[in-house]
Design a protein around this ligand. Structure first.
Ligand code: CTP
Ligand code: MG
Length: 221
């Protein structure tokens, strides 16, 4: 049973606002991407990683990983996350299980990665790590006026790695070649394949803003 992790890392990081792509932003001296891929491989249940790097910085990303002794294949990413995952999937060979893990979730604990792989290994076709929603959530109209209040107990925040049997993920990406509106599990849902959940973790937060980066520097790394 081979497990390959696809790591979309090709975003610019507009909300972070740095001068280099987000995946190359250093945290405690090493790029976010290096932390993310090292964490996947160190979990002991991921055999290889394929990184979709910013097309302008493929060599820089590959060099940073090599310098850190972190083994990964690096391919140029696309204009959106979906295309980056698609390009990494094409380069991934023929694994049994595929994980898709945001480089931006650089400090995801091994226990989350292991739980996802364990579920797919046990025969679940698709699984995502989730957290309960802490805040009340409102649905609003375009003017910002509240329409209604969804039942929070039914809502979950979705993290990565998302795990799939490889044939299911390939089928989803083939079925919706132009879709960029949802995540990997969202494509799989549309096939009618059930998507299971496992507990996520606060440390698997997505580093999106300068505030998140400060949390990562002080708490997570
Ligand atoms: N991603 C990607 N290719 C893109 C856009 C995003 O591989 N064209 C990746 C990012 O590098 C990140 C993950 O998808 O690891 C989640 O995206 P997000 O956190 O939104 O990162 P960015 O798109 O870089 O950030 P922003 O939206 O603030 O520009
Ligand atoms: Mg983005």
């Amino acid at each position: 049973m081979s497990v390959v992790a696809l790591v979309p890392a090709a975003g610019r990081g507009v909300r972070l606002g740095g001068s280099v792509p987000k995946a190359l932003v250093p945290i405690r001296g090493e790029p976010l991407l290096v932390h993310a891929v090292r964490g996947l491989l160190a979990s002991g249940c991921v055999h290889a990683a394929v990184v979709a790097a910013p097309a302008s910085d493929v060599d820089v990303a590959a060099g940073a990983l090599a310098a850190a002794g972190v083994d990964a294949q690096v391919v140029p990413g696309g204009p959106n996350r979906t295309q980056s995952v698609r390009l990494a999937l094409h380069a991934a060979g023929d694994p049994t299980i595929v994980l898709v893990h945001d480089a931006a979730r650089a400090f995801t604990p091994a226990e989350v990665i292991k739980a996802v792989v364990a579920a797919v290994s046990a025969g679940v076709p698709a699984v995502i790590p989730v957290l309960p929603v802490a805040d009340t959530v409102k649905r609003v109209d375009p003017a910002g006026v509240v329409l209604n209040t969804p039942d929070r107990s039914e809502l979950r925040i979705v993290q990565t790695p998302q795990g799939f049997s490889a044939d299911v993920l390939r089928r989803a990406y083939d079925a919706y070649p132009d879709d960029t509106t949802t995540d990997d599990a969202g494509l799989v849902e549309r096939l009618g394949v059930p998507v299971a959940t496992v507990p996520g973790h606060a440390y698997a937060m997505k580093i999106t803003t300068p505030f998140d980066l400060a949390i990562a520097e002080s708490v997570l790394s």
